[in-house]
Write a protein that binds this ligand. Structure first.
Ligand code: SAM
Length: 306
């Protein structure tokens, strides 16, 4: 029986045994609250038929809770120093695979395919009938992670933009980042990142995690975000590139009205912007932070190259 890692004294003991100090530059804040770890794993809604990708397992805290769901777990850790630790802490779980590498560089589809292949072979003794009848042998996977804060947004956007068969994303991020990602139009938190997240997923804050639940404690509280991947986009856009260019231009000078900010869409002049806003039926005195996803989509649909 493995000891539960998500405890302050166990984590401290592991770090000491391996002569390790958390590396701040890699966003290493380890969870030391068992109930929080279990709640995150539960929020991922995993079954033994699932494949789950964990980013940054650290010393294996969340990995262990994921392993106990019976799902096939693949955890990608950048810090080479942590690989021997993970072999010790979670190496005994047959359903866990550790990959050393940078999540922004490893070949995610290949890693997932390998895990799925293993899952099939392992199931050959018991679950073969179920697998072959195709009950749940799809290529989809879930992500569950306590993300390194210095690259939270790049990681999430990278996963979403790659169009991977990702069905559910459960990630711990800084509370203010979670608030921005889930914000609706009209408030200060609403920005390009809210639009992007809500275009690809249905993001919701599941619960807040206090800074004291980590070792070392970060300066701010965190939140667990649950993002259900949309099967179809919520709005009709001509092409995503144009849509995201419009969003970026509109928010490029946040405090300015659309009359002005939209000039940044390929260097348009005032008249061209006015004609465009007329076509879209949107008042140029409004600011980007008041526009709904549908209004951004309308702007993308009515944009014409000049
Ligand atoms: N999962 C552990 C936990 O909950 O206690 C650790 C989470 S810690 C916030 C983030 C982890 O991500 C660290 O172990 C760090 O080394 C790792 N990491 C940082 N950058 C990474 C990257 N680009 N790719 C993969 N892992 C990374």
């Amino acid at each position: 029986i493995q000891p539960i890692i998500a405890r302050r004294e166990v984590t401290a003991r592991i770090l000491q045994a391996f002569h390790l100090k958390a590396d701040k530059n890699l966003g290493q804040n380890f969870l030391v609250e068992e109930s929080v770890v279990n709640r995150i794993a539960k929020t991922a809604e995993l079954t033994p038929e699932d494949t789950v990708l964990e980013i940054g397992p650290g010393i294996g805290t969340l990995t262990q809770a994921l392993a106990m769901t019976g799902a096939s777990v693949v955890s990608v850790e950048l810090d080479k120093r942590l690989i021997p630790v993970l072999q010790e802490t979670v190496g005994a779980y047959k359903n866990v695979r550790i990959v050393q590498g940078d999540i922004l560089k490893v070949n995610i589809p290949e890693i997932i395919a390998e895990v799925k292949a293993d899952q099939k072979t392992a199931g050959a003794t018991g679950k073969v009938a179920e697998a072959e009848s195709g009950t749940k042998q799809s290529d989809t996977f879930k992500v569950c992670a306590n993300l390194p804060y210095y690259i939270t947004t790049p990681i999430i956007m990278y996963l979403l933009e790659q169009k991977l068969p990702l069905e559910r994303l459960v990630v711990m991020v800084q509370k203010e980042v979670a608030e921005r990602m889930t914000a609706g139009p009209g408030g200060r938190d609403y920005g390009a990142i809210s639009v992007a997240m809500q275009y690809y997923t249905e993001p919701k804050i599941a619960f807040i995690v206090k800074a004291g639940s980590f070792l070392p404690a970060p300066k701010v509280d965190s939140a667990v975000l649950v993002c259900k991947r949309r099967s179809t986009p919520p709005v009709d856009v001509p092409d995503e590139k144009t849509f995201f260019k419009v969003v970026a231009a509109a928010f490029s000078v946040r405090r300015k009205m659309l009359n002005n900010s939209l000039k940044n869409m390929g260097g348009l002049n005032g008249e061209q912007v006015k004609a465009w806003l007329d076509r879209a039926g949107i008042d140029g005195r409004r600011r980007a932070e008041t526009l709904s996803l549908e209004e951004f989509a309308m702007l993308a649909r009515t944009w014409e190259k000049n």
